[in-house]
Design a protein around this ligand. Structure first.
Ligand code: ADP
Length: 452
C-alpha cells in the first residue's frame, strides 16, 4: 500500500502530460526567438557560418576529428561524387584525467591521435600541401568564422583548465604545427551541424540535425533574415543554427525537475547548467534512475531495504542498462534480474522488485523522449517545416538503442501537430555526422571562401 502510493507519486512526478509538453514547446520557441536577437541568451542559437546546400556531387578527400563525447574519433572521408562516400576511422579513448587536466595536454593528445591515424592508414602528404580537417568540437562555442570561435563553457564531464574564452581551433592548429603534422583546421563543426549535413547529403529535405547521446542538442536551417543578431554578410539566404538547446530552462521556470534531478545536478561537474540536457541525455538518465531506486530502498519500499555496494556508487547505473530493462518482455523479467543480481550484485530480487525497477526506468526514459519531442516540436513549429515533407537526422546511442525513443518522440509530435506530422516528418538515424558531416563542412568552408 505504501509502495503503491510511492509508485503513484513517481508516476505523477515524471509524467509529461500533453498540456505540459505543449507549454514546454511554447516556452522553448520563445527561447529560440530571444537567442536569435542577441548573444548570451539561455538558448545560445549560435550562427554556424555554414551556408549553402549540398547536392551530392561534391568530390575530395578530407579528415575529420570528433571530440566531445566518450571517444575521440579520427575519420578520413573520400567523396567520390554522385553521393558516394568512403570512410575509414579509428576511435581513441579519452582518459578521464585528460578531460579535466591541462588544456594543452588535451589538444596535444588530439594531434597525436591524428598523427597516429595518418601513419596507420599510410596517408602521405606530398610537398607542402596540407590536408583539410573538419574539427567536430561538440561544446558550446561562440563561432566568429567557419574555423574560429571561443569556448563558452565545458559540458559532459569535460573541464580542462584555462580553455573557456579561448579558441579551440587555435589550440589544435598549434598542436599540429608544433609536431609538423601537415593538417589545416578548415572548419569548426558542432556535431549537430555535422549530423544535419551528413543527413542532408542523402536526404535533401533535411531541416534538422539532433544529437541524443552523451549530451543532447540540435541544429536547424534558419532564414538569415530571421537572425536579428547576425552582422555578417547576407549573401546567402540560409544559415545553420547550432541551438545548444541542452541549456534550455536555466531559469528553472518550466521543466518539472524532481528531487532526483536536483541531487544528480548538484553532484555533476556543471551544477545549475544544462538543465534540459540533464533530463534527456545518456550521461544522466542512469544516474537519475539510481537516485529514485536509492530513495525507494531507503524507505524500505524496494529490495526490503537492502542496498548493494555497487548501486551505492554514483554513476554505476548505466543508461545502457535502462535499454535492456525496457526491452525485457520476459514474464520473470529475466534480463532485469541479470542486471540487478549479476551486474549490480544485489542478492536475490523478487519479481515485484524487478517490476518496480522496470517502471522507474520507463518513467525516466519516457520523460526524456517526451522532452526531446517538445524541443523538436518547437523547432518544427518555428520553421513551419512540419507542414511539408521534411527529414530529421538524429545521431547518438541513446536514440539508436533505447527502445521506443523514436516512437515516443513521434507520439509527442502528433500531440502537438496532429496526425499529419506522421506523413510529413521522417526521423532517421543519421550516423557519422561528425565524420562525413565535418568533412562536408570543411568542403562548404572552402566553397564559401572562394565565392567571397
Ligand atoms: P557521444 O554522444 O559521446 O558521441 P554516443 O552517441 O555513443 O556517444 O553516446 C554515449 C551515451 O549513450 C552514453 O552516455 C551512454 O550512457 C549512452 N548509451 C550507450 N549505450 C546505450 C544503450 N544501449 N542504451 C541507451 N543509452 C546508451
Amino acid at each position: 500500500d505504501k509502495q503503491k502510493n510511492a509508485v503513484q507519486a513517481l508516476i505523477d512526478e515524471f509524467t509529461i502530460s500533453p498540456e505540459l509538453l505543449k507549454d514546454i514547446k511554447n516556452n522553448f520557441m520563445e527561447g529560440m526567438q530571444k537567442g536569435l536577437k542577441k548573444d548570451g541568451e539561455t538558448l545560445a542559437m549560435i550562427t554556424s557560418y555554414v551556408m549553402g546546400r549540398l547536392d551530392g556531387s561534391e568530390v575530395g578527400s578530407y579528415l575529420a576529428l570528433d571530440v566531445g563525447g566518450t571517444n575521440l574519433r579520427v575519420v578520413s572521408v573520400h567523396l567520390t561524387g554522385g553521393g558516394e562516400i568512403s570512410t575509414r576511422q579509428t576511435k581513441y579513448r579519452i582518459d578521464e584525467k585528460l578531460k579535466v587536466g591541462d588544456a594543452k595536454a588535451l589538444f596535444d593528445f588530439m594531434a597525436v591521435c591524428v598523427d597516429n591515424f595518418l601513419d596507420e592508414h599510410q596517408i602521405v602528404v606530398r610537398g607542402d600541401t596540407q590536408i583539410e580537417l573538419g574539427f567536430t568540437f561538440s561544446f558550446p562555442v561562440l563561432q566568429t568564422s567557419i574555423n574560429r570561435g571561443t569556448l563558452i563553457s565545458w559540458t559532459k564531464g569535460f573541464n580542462a583548465a584555462g580553455m573557456v574564452g579561448k579558441d579551440p581551433v587555435a589550440y589544435l592548429q598549434d598542436a599540429f604545427n608544433r609536431r609538423h603534422i601537415p593538417v589545416r583546421v578548415a572548419a569548426l563543426v558542432n556535431d549537430t551541424v555535422g549530423t544535419l549535413l551528413a543527413h542532408a547529403y542523402h536526404h535533401p529535405d533535411t531541416v534538422m540535425g539532433v544529437i541524443l547521446g552523451t549530451g543532447c542538442n540540435g541544429a536547424y536551417i534558419e532564414q538569415i533574415s530571421n537572425i536579428e543578431k547576425w552582422k555578417g554578410d547576407a549573401a546567402a539566404k540560409e544559415m545553420v543554427i547550432n541551438m545548444e538547446f541542452g541549456a534550455f530552462d536555466k531559469e528553472r521556470t518550466i521543466l518539472p525537475l524532481t528531487m532526483f534531478d536536483n541531487k544528480m545536478d548538484r553532484k555533476s561537474v556543471n551544477p545549475n547548467k544544462q538543465i534540459l540536457e540533464k533530463m534527456i541525455a545518456g550521461m544522466y538518465l542512469g544516474e537519475i534512475t539510481r537516485n529514485v531506486l536509492l530513495n525507494l530502498i531507503d524507505r524500505r519500499l524496494l529490495f526490503e531495504g537492502h542496498i548493494s555496494p555497487d548501486l551505492n556508487q554514483m554513476w554505476t547505473f548505466e543508461t545502457a542498462y535502462m535499454s535492456t530493462i525496457e526491452a525485457d518482455a520476459s514474464p520473470t523479467l529475466h534480463a532485469t534480474r541479470k542486471i540487478l543480481e549479476s551486474t549490480l550484485s544485489f542478492p536475490a530480487t523478487s519479481l515485484n522488485d524487478r517490476q518496480i525497477v522496470k517502471l522507474v526506468v520507463e518513467l525516466v526514459g519516457k520523460r526524456a523522449a517526451r522532452l526531446s519531442a517538445a524541443a523538436l516540436a518547437g523547432i518544427l513549429e518555428h520553421t513551419g517545416s512540419w507542414k511539408q515533407k521534411s527529414a530529421i537526422g538524429i545521431d547518438g546511442s541513446l536514440f539508436e538503442y533505447y527502445p521506443s525513443f523514436d516512437t515516443d518522440i513521434m507520439d509527442g509530435l502528433e500531440e502537438v501537430f496532429g496526425p499529419v506530422v506522421r506523413k510529413n516528418i521522417s526521423i532517421g538515424l543519421a550516423q557519422d555526422g561528425s565524420g562525413v558531416g565535418a568533412a562536408l563542412c570543411a568542403l562548404l568552408a572552402a566553397k564559401h571562401s572562394t565565392s567571397v
